[in-house]
Design a protein. Structure first.
Length: 669
């Protein structure tokens, strides 16, 4: 133990002032590049280009540049050129032996963006951007066209290779050109820029500032076969974020015919807010791309929070105005989860989280964006009530689906540590494997009693449902969750609903709707099919849903008995005369509960003698028979038909009845 303390004391004596390193100039950048660009991977490599491009964009946003050029050469040298004012080349007051250009390129925290005298709004605010690029490049060349003359300076790994040189006269040129090649000692020998990544970066900058034209060029040798990146392009988008959004969602249907867009100058010189928002009419994911002073903020921040608050308050206010109480349950996640959003703000002295600027943390940005967007969104909703109502319905559906998933998770947590909880009225089959099993959904305890006696216990289960179940097409999510019959049905099947549906958890191979062969029975079957179509469409698509075909009549002549499905079938059998003589006795079943179990088994449940109809979602011939546009149109027609016949709007059903009444013939009900 004494030796241990002695060793520790010796090490303490060795630790002295000479062990304290002072890194000067750009040396700390080369020693710890991750502190400045987040790492040395491919993402960090492309961040070098962003730093240089952001400087040129700041010149454009300040009104001093109208054109930026970005070029990627075959050896992965990047050139960024603008027609701005050009970096000053005169001696710096604090460093009289150095030009301002050299100070900017070799000194951390040096630049013209720490006050608002040179740039009202800017992205490069830490004063480390281009100096970090210089430190991490094995060569960097800078040219400045200023005061009708051209100047140049060369660097290697952050070290100037000579003073600023005067190249000559440049009467028709102005601006800054930065040409650099990343250092293999930092990024590895295989470090390569991706043309597609740089092209997307350049294009997004052009979208974010309407007043700039960005000229893109890449050596064709770097483009692979099938690469959609053009070798040359001129990027200029007068529509700004509206054009950006249109490009991002090209080909997708949207709830609103026109997106919600705006561009507002905030009073008292606080900045500017631009946005473009839409809600696609599909199940694909949305996105939110937010920017501050043209800098992407993938982790969001305070400006994004302001937009979410403005949109949510607008939707709830509109719901209250039209008397839709369900709007109160919509949350920001419901609103933004399926939305496609572009947001850009320009503010003074923005505060970012970290040097890579992935999150905006400026507190005043929240209030600024909310005030800029809220009134415009209110006018947009009230000015297009049909669109607003469609959007509100979509958001309420998302909210109800969220609440349904939460309830299912709660049920899952409650049953995770104990035996699966099944409805008390369910007479389950004894086989645990789903293959070869069936569940019969019957109306009422009377029919359930007959079916339970008629079933094959090993493979057939019976679940009695009380009367007509809830019409899920016109009911709220709250009513659906509170409905005991549907809760029992979902628990019996075990596969979940909506986005939580799991095909491999379905407990039965066939789900058979078995109702009376009369009008009431057909109505109950329609309600059940609507439930499966809305809540478990995959169950139908996978071929698990069937309709039983119980008879409506029993015909007896002598010792022979036959069964008729309906009136037409009965008339057909009578016309045939059974092939014998004697009086025909006709009995009409009042319901499945009135049928003796033996007859129910023979006619409806016995696999050898029964008939089942498989329920399909059109097109019944299968998707392979239709091209995609036709399939999409047919799917839309099916959805609209279900909504017309079973949905919340009785006027649609009334119109349907009027249009189709001429096809109805008198029937004996």
């Amino acid at each position: 133990m004494a030796d241990l303390f002695a060793s520790s004391a010796a090490r303490a004596d060795d630790y002295s002032a000479k062990d304290i390193e002072v890194l000067e100039g750009l040396e700390p950048v080369r020693r710890r590049p991750g502190m400045y660009i987040g790492g040395v991977d491919e993402r960090a490599l492309h961040h070098l280009v962003a730093e240089v491009l952001d400087n040129s964009m700041d010149e454009a946003v300040a009104g001093h540049a109208s054109r930026i050029e970005i070029e990627l050469a075959a050896d992965h040298t990047v050139t960024v050129r603008d027609n701005g004012r050009g970096i000053p080349i005169d001696p710096h007051p604090k460093f009289p032996n150095k030009s301002a250009l050299e100070v900017i390129l070799t000194t951390l925290h040096a630049g013209g963006k720490f006050s608002d005298k040179v740039y009202a709004t800017a992205g490069g605010l830490h004063g480390v951007g281009v100096s970090v690029v210089n430190a991490l490049s094995d060569r960097l060349e800078v040219e400045v066209a200023r005061d009708r003359r051209l100047y140049a300076q060369h660097y290697a790994r952050g070290v100037p290779q000579g003073p600023v040189e005067t190249i000559g006269a440049a009467p028709n040129r102005r601006g800054t050109t930065v040409r650099f090649h990343p250092d293999a000692e930092i990024f590895g020998p295989n470090a390569r820029f991706r043309p597609a990544t740089l092209y997307r970066m350049a294009r997004s900058k052009a979208y974010l500032f309407k007043g700039v034209e960005i000229r893109w060029k890449v050596d064709p040798e770097l483009l692979r076969d099938g690469d959609e990146t053009p070798p040359e392009a001129v990027l200029h988008y007068p529509g700004g974020l509206a054009d950006f959004l249109a490009s991002a969602i090209e080909g997708r249907r949207t709830v609103a015919p026109r997106p919600f867009t705006g561009d507002v100058e905030v009073p008292e010189g606080q900045g500017r807010v631009e946005w473009a928002v839409t809600w696609p009419d599909d199940q694909d994911d949305g996105f939110l791309h937010a920017y501050c002073n043209t800098i992407p903020t993938p982790l969001g921040g305070t400006h994004e929070a302001g937009l979410r608050t403005a949109l949510l308050r607008g939707v709830k206010a509109y719901g209250e105005m039209v008397g839709n109480k369900k709007a109160a349950q919509v949350t920001a996640d419901d609103l933004m989860g399926g939305a496609c959003v572009m947001l850009s703000v320009f503010i003074r002295d923005p505060q970012f989280q970290g040097q890579t600027k992935e999150r905006l943390v400026s507190p005043h940005a929240t209030r600024m964006v909310e005030q800029a967007v809220k009134d415009h969104f209110d006018h947009w909703l009230s000015g297009a009530p049909e669109t607003a109502n469609l959007l509100l319905e979509r958001l309420i559906e998302r909210a109800e689906e969220r609440l349904r998933r939460r309830q299912q998770k709660e049920v899952s947590r409650k049953t995770a540590t104990r035996k699966l909880r099944l409805p008390g009225k369910l007479a389950d089959c004894s086989r645990s494997d789903a293959e070869g099993t069936e569940i019969f959904l019957v109306e009422g305890d009377s029919a359930g009693g007959s079916a339970k006696q008629a079933r094959e216990r090993a493979t057939q289960a019976v679940l009695p449902l009380r009367g007509k179940i809830l019409n899920v097409a016109s009911a709220s999510a709250d009513k659906l969750r509170q409905n005991q019959e549907l809760t029992d049905l979902v628990q019996a099947l075990g596969c979940g609903t909506g986005s939580s549906y799991r095909a491999d958890q379905l407990r039965y191979e066939k789900v058979v709707i078995m109702t009376d062969a009369d009008v009431d029975g057909a109505h109950i079957a329609s309600l059940l099919m609507t439930f499966f179509y809305r809540e478990m469409p995959r169950l139908i698509e996978d071929g698990h849903l069937f309709l039983a075909m119980p008879p409506l009549y029993r015909l007896t002549q002598g010792g022979r008995t036959v069964y008729a499905r309906d009136d037409a079938h009965k008339d057909e059998l009578l016309a045939g005369g059974f092939g014998g003589k004697g009086k025909v006795e006709i009995s009409r079943f009042k319901g499945l509960g009135e049928m003796p179990p033996a007859q129910l088994k023979e006619t409806t449940m016995n696999r050898e003698t029964r008939q089942l109809l498989r329920v399909k979602i059109p097109p019944a011939g299968g998707p392979e028979l239709m091209v995609e546009p036709e399939l999409e149109a047919e799917t839309r027609r099916t959805r609209e038909t279900v909504e017309t016949l079973m949905g919340k709007k009785p006027e649609l059903r009334f119109a349907y009845i009027q249009e189709n009444a001429r096809f109805v013939h008198d029937v004996d009900v």
